[in-house]
Design a binder for this molecule. Structure first.
Ligand SMILES: Cc1ncc(COP(=O)(O)O)c(C=O)c1O
Length: 405
């Protein structure tokens, strides 16, 4: 009987009551429901290079929606490094790192990252999503406890769920609640996991306070620095480095400030070795193309040097300038992520469309990316934005807000 298709005649009289719905019909109904809720997502199309100004749906607009914080995604030097790597080594890795995908460029990138992060071991992942899921499921299992900030990214949430550890969600950045939870929830391994610069709110974790709590309660700290790597700290090493904290695990991504693609976990030699053996999103996935590591090595040279410092200063100045013009923008004063809370899903997409019509792309963010009732415009700044573009954006935003009241 296993796998046998159910036919109308098998159901007999029930067939008149239960309409057999095909998968496609059912999916179309689900899409209609999303549309009715103003939650149907249809991305715009990019042509050419992504940068502070980008051609989107055939029009050149000011791009305040990408995570290209240092304006490196379209950098010609990184593109040339990638072109050189592709000429020399081709495109595909051919297999996972553990088979024939362990290209010398990946080995070299892990060495350079360990030096940058001043840690015992680094493991590359194909994306930040794969890193969070791979790390959490490697280190945690039933009988362990993971303490997770309520606004953590979906990849952290999914990693926690897949690990089968007990999940204790604490209020956003609330160290009192975290401390109380650490005092109560016991387990074999205990890990606190948080973002450092929060992706949708642009605010900062109290990394030092959290690290002290972890030490006091014998828990490990895992910090996702996806949005802070390249942007903050000495040589762009992130928020933890800027406050002198070394988390047990630090997750960084290349697809944001570094302008390339892929991700890494910076940790101890032992944990990096265990990831090599156990992280399923690493073991059972084709390695990054070697060209990505070639491109990321070129990006790191820029990010770690004087030019990186200058780009970080420009970015911070742009963030401060926007906030001086738009007091309604949230996030830390120098954070490149400046959310403007709108609340209503339809209104946020309408505001985004109005701005687009005036030549500015700002993404409207709706649930499930953010909690219900907190839809927002997420303005993300980059080092390369011109002052005039920031000022025009602020003016257009005021006009659009006034019209929608
Ligand atoms: C906090 C955080 N972690 C992880 C990721 C995933 O990174 P990637 O885009 O490299 O998969 C994101 C990306 O949106 C993020 O915001």
């Amino acid at each position: 009987m296993r796998g046998r298709r159910i036919r109308r005649r098998d159901i007999g009289p029930l067939a008149d009551i239960v309409r057999l719905v095909s998968l496609d019909e059912d999916v179309r109904a689900e899409l209609s429901a999303l549309e009715a809720l103003h939650r149907l997502r249809t991305p715009r199309t990019i042509d050419g290079i992504t940068g502070p100004r980008t051609t989107i749906d055939g029009v050149e607009v000011v791009n305040l929606a990408s995570n290209d914080y240092l304006s490196l995604a379209g950098d010609r030097r990184i593109a040339r490094a990638a072109a050189g790597a592709v000429e020399a080594d081709g495109v595909g890795a051919g297999a996972s790192r553990l088979i024939t995908g362990n290209h010398r460029r990946h080995v070299e990138l892990e060495r350079v990252l360990a030096d940058w992060m001043q840690c015992g071991g680094v493991r590359l992942f194909n994306s930040g999503y794969a890193a969070n899921v791979g790390v959490l499921t490697t280190l945690l299992a039933a009988g362990d406890v993971v303490f997770s900030d309520e606004l953590n990214h979906a990849s952290i949430i999914d990693g926690c769920r897949l690990s089968r550890a007990e999940i204790v969600v604490f209020r956003h950045r609330d160290l009192d609640e975290l401390g109380a939870a650490l005092g109560v929830h016991r387990g074999r391994r205990r890990v606190v996991v948080s973002e450092s610069l929060f992706s949708m709110d642009g605010d900062l974790d109290d990394v030092r306070g959290q690290s002290e709590l972890c030490k006091r309660h014998d828990a490990a700290l895992m910090l996702d620095e996806a949005h802070a790597i390249g942007v903050m700290g000495p040589e762009g090493r992130g928020l933890a480095a800027s406050v002198g904290v070394t988390p047990d695990l630090l997750i960084g991504t290349f697809g944001k400030a570094l302008g390339t693609f892929g991700a890494f976990a910076a940790t101890s030699d032992a944990i990096a070795k265990l990831l090599w053996n156990r992280a399923r999103s690493f073991v059972f996935s084709t390695a990054l193309p070697p060209i990505m590591s070639g491109a990321t090595l070129a990006a790191l040279e820029i990010v770690r040097g004087h030019e990186g410092d200058q780009r970080r200063r420009n970015l911070a100045a742009n963030a401060r300038h926007l906030r001086s013009l738009q007091p309604r923008a949230g996030g830390a004063s120098e954070s490149p992520i400046a959310p403007i809370l709108v609340g209503d899903d339809r209104k946020v997409m309408h505001l985004s469309d109005q701005l687009f019509a005036r030549g500015v792309f700002v993404q409207g963010i709706r649930p499930p990316t953010v909690p219900e009732g907190t839809s927002r415009l997420r303005l993300s700044l980059s080092a390369g934005h011109a002052t005039v573009d920031i000022e025009n954006t602020s003016r257009f935003l005021d006009d659009a807000m006034r019209q929608s009241e």
